[in-house]
Design a protein around this ligand. Structure first.
Ligand code: GRF
Length: 177
């Protein structure tokens, strides 16, 4: 299955997908921050990439369609996706979120988990729908919150789980279509 990825930042999940999927499966990475880590990783890995700075979803759709993309993975895409893109790829867009949804939707969720005094955190892969971080859940993984955790230490622990469940979730979706 041809996979497209959308990133705004470091791109460590993107790189992990490329390394865990079959060769040539990830065909295009769209990013919206010039020189972001994801762009550098794409260059290093030899994956086509495309900078789209505005929220020009018609262009995003065109690029993915031209590339023959069948599944879109949001891996740190820091922008709301509109119905335009969702309708172009129905049930073919998934997102990785660093909390145990439905708990802590939106931004700064690791800080919010710490502030709330949670004892468990984690990550969720879900289908993308019009409502933020609310689509059907595909996979989740828990991590414990330990004494003296900071946003940095807990984020790191969560990300290690993300590297496990995102490729598994992609596999799951592949077998459903
Ligand atoms: C991940 O923690 C993911 O949960 C969130 O954005 C972060 C992206 O990290 N949506 P990276 O760019 O893959 O390193």
């Amino acid at each position: 299955m041809k996979i497209g990825v959308m990133c705004s930042g470091n791109g460590s999940n993107f790189e992990n997908i490329v390394r865990t999927c079959r060769t040539d499966e990830v065909v295009l990475m769209i990013y919206n921050k010039k020189d972001c880590g994801a762009y550098k990783r794409a260059s290093k890995l030899g994956i086509s990439s495309c900078l789209i700075r505005s929220n020009d979803e018609a262009k995003i759709i065109r690029e993915f369609m031209w590339a023959g993309v069948e599944l879109i993975v949001l891996a740190g895409w820091m922008r709301i996706v509109t119905p335009h893109l969702i309708d172009a790829f129905p049930r073919r867009i998934i997102n990785i979120h660093p909390s145990l949804l439905p708990k802590h939707k939106g931004l700064n969720v690791v800080q919010r988990a710490l502030d709330a005094g949670d004892t468990v955190a984690g990550c969720t892969v879900h289908y993308v729908t019009e409502e933020l971080d609310s689509g059907d859940i595909i996979l989740q993984a828990e991590v414990p919150i330990i004494e003296n955790d900071t946003v940095e230490t807990l984020t790191r622990r969560i990300q290690l789980k993300e590297y496990c469940i995102l490729p598994q979730a992609i596999d799951h979706v592949k077998h459903k279509v």
